[in-house]
Design a protein around this ligand. Sequence first.
Ligand code: FAD
Length: 374
Amino acid sequence: MKKAIVVGSGIIGLSATYHLWRKGYQVVLIDRYHRPVGASIRNFGMIWPVGLTDGPMYERAMRTRSHWKTLSSEAGFWFRESGSLHIATTLAEAELLSQMTKAFGSERGYRLQSKREAERISPMVQTKDFVSAMYSPNEALIDSPMALDALSKFLEEQDAITFVRGAAVHEVRHPEVLTSKGTFAADQIWVATGMDFDAVRLQAPTDRPFVRVKLQMLRFQPSNQEFDMKVPLCGGTSLIHYASFQAFKEASNAVKEELKARDPRILQWGIHAMVSQNGRGQLVVGDTHEYDNSPDPFALEEQNALVLKYLKQFIKFPKMELQATWNGWYTKRTDGGTEWFEQIEPGVFYVNGIGGVGMTLGLGWLDELVENHA
Ligand SMILES: Cc1cc2nc3c(=O)[nH]c(=O)nc-3n(C[C@H](O)[C@H](O)[C@H](O)COP(=O)(O)OP(=O)(O)OC[C@H]3O[C@@H](n4cnc5c(N)ncnc54)[C@H](O)[C@@H]3O)c2cc1C
């Protein structure tokens, strides 16, 4: 049986492990922590094909969604086929939603919704400034901390998979992986260290076009434990954030100009405001984007307040209590590329730079890579 080592147990490392195992490899997965604590548990848990450009990226997102669905029943975690609702509060936003629906509606089931229809889709729709909305049936939700725990446990239960926890990897030179807990060896080595993209010494130069991105998030517990928002909600800031909407250049730029005029801090802090509900009924709210390789560790209350203020224009929050705030970090390419795959030396592969869509694309990306290279 061929042997593989995977470094990093976030969603990218777990995806590599899953696909290598399915291909018949014996896999050792190494992480410096004892449980997942990185970007992969700090996110919204949104599986979000609607944000991906048409063609291979959209197909990869739909394939990832299908992997999550299969794994949710195999590993036993919460997975909701929620769809998504995009709310326009200005004519420019409505125009962009209309162009998106015209282009892809019949193929993907996108529908423009009236105020009454949108209210029926989610009890959190605020109708005061409502202009129009677009519903997409294709998005899904996982509760990331629960899903990552369950997926790790499921993989660890397989005879051919071993987890080595609490071991920091400091160097990889094929066939060896040098860690704080000793040296391991394998035919193939896959390195997926997320925001710690420069932590491991590799047999290749280190100057990749990467930047760390810091995001701020909040979580609320509704007073009514039965509260169900039914579908994740987002508005104008998504229309300038996701590549799929940016593809409608003129309309997306018009939305950007409006947002800048409304409050320049929206663009300055990279505010991309969305709300989802996790499997425990909590509302997950975010986020902001700051780009810095030595990120500021402090969460700024002013940024969280602006996210909430922005959302309240089109979202009616239920009675709820703030339960947690946190930061998350991921690696993004600075040259416009969508992800980074590199063969460092024969048998050593480096996977990183997937940015803010790792939950939406990771399982589908790694299934292509493992198919082609393992
Ligand atoms: C706030 C926030 C919201 C987001 N929302 C979404 C969303 O809704 N949908 C979506 O698709 N994506 C979302 N993303 C993006 C997504 O979370 C990331 O793309 C994805 O989690 C990246 O996974 P990863 O495996 O590369 O990194 P991580 O999950 O950070 O995993 C990296 C792992 O490598 C380990 N490691 C690092 N260095 C070493 C070393 N030297 N030795 C051993 N182990 C090491 C770390 O301990 C860690 O476990 C969001 C991200 C954030 C931060």
